[in-house]
Ligand binder design. Structure first.
Ligand SMILES: *Cc1c(COP(=O)(O)O)cnc(C)c1O
Length: 444
């Protein structure tokens, strides 16, 4: 029995569970989507909260530019480029036998400074929020101080009394660990078995303590949570439920507005925007999607992508069980090369908050991720880790779903003017040898 029903009963009430359990690539376009004007209230956070996060990142920008020289050219603002993918656009449409339509772009969060993944948004924001709260309470700074003060020996000494801990499959650990250690905190990262060695090595080189587990992400998070709970000087970054992570991700949307303007991309009723977001626990894609919906409302269509072996958000939302279930409950193994996405149990907060705001969910096999990794590299010179390719099949899945397009009023004319944006969530810091091995595997 699975949550009171047999698997067979689940498959007859929710037919796509059959595909999920068989590890077949599948998709679900959400019949419960509601107008953004109504559904944004489900989130319990507002545009003002996103603005506050954005203002905080701006206060810290001079500090970041000082301590992380790779952010100096952007004035300490952690942002990634937007790139067109004309060759891949043509290749993907042609392979699917589809006519030319719209345009395809990459949001290259793989190139975000400091930690080379989308986690440099939420993770770093949360550490900065905690540091700011402590420093304000101690009178070390006020809101209008020059935050470069926080790079002083005195400030580092102050932060060294405190600990920061997090559980991670790798990238969140990198962001939280590197940022915390730089401020002076004692940082501990609890790593799941699937985390890459180079990520552990990099953290240790930054003076972060890494605790390794032989089990998956949920266990690493739980262990970290328990150890932190026993120590009042320890702040635990809760990837499954944190509004500060979520808001850090959401700031991406206002930055994208300026990039779209510079690229001449319009988003309105006649120019729909589709955004394909790789989903692990859900905070990253959920936060970005929230920011996008606040700005573009019903003109932006957000779709989550997960590995066939780890479809936790798809399963949680589709079954209505949310974080009460895990993919393992349904016999799915949560073993995938997409390490940032190897999450068996979704965030309950994100799944529930976003369930009327997301257009759909789909799964993608590891084989497809590796093939796309090669294509993106060969045709567009993009350096993405397997997880970061999950958004790439989204455009074709949308174009091949006439029932969804019709239901949403997305006529052929509108789709010709559509922008498809793949969120490329990580990869620039993958070591050369590791990346060569990814390519070899994909070419195989
Ligand atoms: C963490 C991560 C994601 C997904 O973010 P969640 O908040 O876990 O949903 C996607 N891609 C990469 C590369 C990641 O590291």
């Amino acid at each position: 029995m699975i949550h009171g029903k047999t698997l067979q009963a689940w498959c007859s009430s929710h037919p796509l569970i059959e595909d999920l359990v068989a590890l077949r690539e599948t998709r679900w376009f959400n019949p419960h989507i509601a107008p953004a004007a109504q559904a944004l209230a489900d989130v319990g956070l507002s545009a003002a909260d996103v603005s506050a996060a954005s203002a905080r990142l701006a206060r810290f920008a001079p500090y970041l530019a000082k301590v992380f020289p790779d952010t100096a050219t952007s004035g300490g603002i952690i942002e990634s480029p937007l790139r067109p993918l004309p060759a891949l656009h043509a290749t993907l449409l042609q392979a699917a036998g589809l006519p030319a339509s719209g345009s395809l772009w990459l949001k290259a969060d793989s190139e975000l400074p400091i930690s080379g993944s989308i986690k440099a948004r939420g993770g770093i924001h949360e550490v900065l929020k905690h540091a700011e709260d402590l420093a304000l309470a101690a009178g070390l700074i006020s809101l209008d101080s020059d935050y470069r003060l926080l790079a002083s020996d005195q400030a580092r000494q102050f932060f060294s009394q405190y600990k920061v801990a997090v559980g991670s499959t790798g990238n969140l650990g990198l962001s939280i660990g590197i940022m915390s250690a730089r401020l002076g905190f004692q940082a501990t990262v609890h790593m799941s078995a699937d985390a890459r060695q180079w990520k552990k090595d990099k953290l240790r080189a930054h003076g972060v303590s890494v605790v390794e587990y032989e089990s998956d992400y949920s266990v690493a998070v739980e262990q970290g949570r328990q150890q932190a709970a026993a120590d009042p000087s320890c702040y635990f970054v809760d990837d499954e439920n944190s509004p500060h992570l979520f808001l850090g991700y959401a700031v991406a949307a206002e930055r994208l507005v300026a990039q779209f303007e510079a690229a001449g991309i319009k988003v309105d009723a006649e120019h729909p925007l589709f955004v394909y977001l790789p989903c692990g626990v859900g905070g990253g894609p959920g936060g970005v999607a929230f920011g996008l919906k606040l700005i573009w409302g019903d003109h932006v269509h957000c779709i989550f992508a997960e590995p066939t072996h780890s479809p936790c958000m798809f399963l949680g939302v589709y079954s209505g069980l949310h974080d009460a279930t895990s993919v393992q409950d349904f016999g799915i193994d949560n073993l995938t090369a997409a390490d940032g996405l190897a999450v068996g149990r979704p965030s309950g907060f994100v799944g529930k908050a976003m369930q009327r705001l997301l257009d759909g969910y789909y799964t993608v096999s590891d084989e497809t991720l590796y093939q796309l990794l090669v294509l993106a590299h060969d045709q567009e010179n993009a350096r993405l880790e397997p997880s970061a390719l999950a958004g790439m099949p989204g455009m074709v899945k949308v174009l091949e779903s006439p029932e969804y397009l019709t239901r949403m009023g997305l006529s052929a004319g509108r789709m010709e003017r559509a922008t498809h944006l793949v969120w490329g969530t990580g990869g620039s810091m993958v070591p050369e040898a590791e990346f060569a091995a990814y390519l070899a595997k994909g070419r195989d």
